[in-house]
Design a protein around this ligand. Structure first.
Ligand SMILES: NC(=O)c1ccc[n+]([C@@H]2O[C@H](COP(=O)([O-])OP(=O)(O)OC[C@H]3O[C@@H](n4cnc5c(N)ncnc54)[C@H](O)[C@@H]3O)[C@@H](O)[C@H]2O)c1
Length: 450
């Protein structure tokens, strides 16, 4: 899109998974975007044409729109000509579970001289009530004329560009219709329903949506545990449940629990808000507890199968919290590695994209290998913690010969593989919510037309 009256000047604060994708997509929509971050290395990489995070399609989109994108460490430079400042900084959890908003406040502090701004928009996930406090701070800084809006983000890592450009809806919480129109206009070219509302409701939409998705995952994992105990098969159960249009098939994959930078943090933050206001959110407390137990249950099951874990070598296949990203934040693989090490196991691991802080526990005590075969060599058992497509196309029969024992355990924590193929390759196959032996057709559609 060429520069036009529909083109606006935006300052984006935060060059992470959300800010960088938003910056790239807004530039693709024709806006002029300055992205500001506080990490010098990140800005240096972006200025050099490198992408500091892995997100499919992001590099191409940044390159395609490079004449509309600039990067800076300087907050004043970022807003110098901007009409709208977007806040996309991280909001990690504190010890109490509340969100740490210090980075958001640091951005607000840096905007106090930007009286020319039309609006400040928060895309970071923040607790309900944050917008009202930011409004007060802007007023106190003499910026009462600068509008405020909440425009929460619903993109999922690994498909963030697709989600941004084709969202299910655009949620804008603002103080008046003019601000809604201003923020909505920035999305010109995106075809999606607009959900306009007050700021507090927009903040709640984001937190409640994530809590509901987390609830579906934990519910499915509880049913999976019951399947293991009763001989039912979670794949067949969820497939049939998901065909009910009232429920739908999404977020019903049994596994090792949810991870990443959003669901764990946001569910804890919503629980903290509920507790702080005297309304304990017991359902969400159970959802969180189920999720925390899930990777521990997997290690316990492995221990039961092997007899003990001490001095056993266990390969973890997949380290990121899901495929399609390099993000390791709150990845179940981290809990699994820590638990295995605590049981005295040796741990090898493989992942095509992960960027762990290798000098931090538990990854400083594990051996990362470049290939799946290398990670499996000499292993007594393996656990699939992330459903990377590479694992489907692996020659499992050849890899079994690299492992110890005649029938080594392969724990398919994500129900990613065909049990018949793995069993035929000579493994002892374990999977979440499934008993070991299943007929070859267990993953295929069972729809019969009469
Ligand atoms: N990652 C997701 O999938 C996702 C999805 C929806 C919403 N969110 C929310 O979006 C927000 C950002 O998440 P993220 O995953 O992009 O985080 P991130 O950690 O990947 O990126 C945040 C960036 O902000 C930078 N930053 C910190 N303080 C700054 C400041 N004062 N000025 C400029 N930059 C600063 C950091 O250096 C970092 O590069 C969080 O609130 C998160 O909950 C994330």
């Amino acid at each position: 899109m060429s520069s036009s009256s529909r083109s606006h000047r935006l300052a984006i604060f935060g060059a992470g998974y959300i800010g960088l994708v938003a910056g790239a997509c807004f530039a693709e929509l024709g806006h002029h975007v300055t992205v500001r971050d506080i990490q010098p290395e990140r800005i240096r990489q972006l200025c050099a044409g490198d992408v500091p995070i892995y997100e499919p399609g992001l590099g191409d989109m940044l390159a395609r729109n490079k004449e509309r994108l600039t990067y800076t460490l300087d907050a004043d430079e970022a807003v110098a000509t901007a009409e709208v400042a977007y806040i996309c900084v991280d909001t990690p959890p504190t010890a109490s579970g509340d969100a740490d908003l210090s980075r958001v406040w640091s951005v607000i502090d840096s905007l106090t001289h930007a009286a020319h701004l039309k609006a400040v928009v928060v895309k970071s996930t923040v607790p309900v009530g944050t917008g009202a406090r930011i409004r007060q701070a802007l007023d106190a800084a003499g910026l009462a004329h600068v509008a405020y809006a909440s425009n929460p983000e619903f993109t999922a890592e690994g498909r963030a560009i697709e989600d941004f450009m084709h969202p299910d809806r655009i949620v804008i919480g603002a103080e008046d219709d003019a601000t809604v129109r201003l923020v909505h206009a920035l999305h010109h070219g995106i075809c999606a329903p607009l959900e306009a509302m007050d700021v507090a409701s927009a903040e709640m939409v984001k937190m409640a949506a994530n809590a509901l998705l987390a609830t579906k995952i934990s519910f499915t994992n509880e049913i999976a545990a019951l399947c293991e105990a009763t001989g039912a098969d979670i794949l067949r159960v969820t497939r049939a449940i998901g065909q009910d249009h009232r429920l739908g098939p999404h977020f019903m994959n049994a596994g090792l629990g949810y991870g990443g930078s959003c669901f764990p943090k946001d569910s804890r933050a919503l629980r903290a808000i509920a507790s702080n206001t005297g309304h304990p959110f017991q359902l969400l407390t159970a959802v969180i507890e189920v999720n925390e137990l899930q990777p521990r249950r997997a290690v316990q099951r492995l221990k039961t199968e092997l007899g003990h874990l001490h001095n056993q070598t266990i390969a973890i296949l997949g380290m990121t919290f899901k495929p399609g990203t390099d993000d390791m934040r709150e990845a179940p693989a981290t809990i699994i590695a820590s638990r295995l090490l605590a049981e005295g196991a040796n741990v090898t691991c493989w992942d095509p994209m992960a960027r762990p802080h290798t000098n931090q526990p538990p990854w400083n005590q594990t051996h990362r290998r470049p290939t799946i075969g290398d990670a499996l060599t000499g292993a007594d058992a393996a656990i699939i913690a992330t459903e990377w497509p590479d694992l489907i196309h692996t020659d499992w029969a050849a890899h079994r010969r690299l492992m110890n024992g005649a029938s080594p355990v392969l724990y398919d924590g994500r129900n990613h593989l065909d049990s018949a193929v793995i069993t035929a390759a000579g493994y002892t196959y374990l999977a979440t919510g499934r008993s070991t032996e299943r007929p070859a057709s267990d993953r295929t559609a069972q729809t019969i037309t009469l």
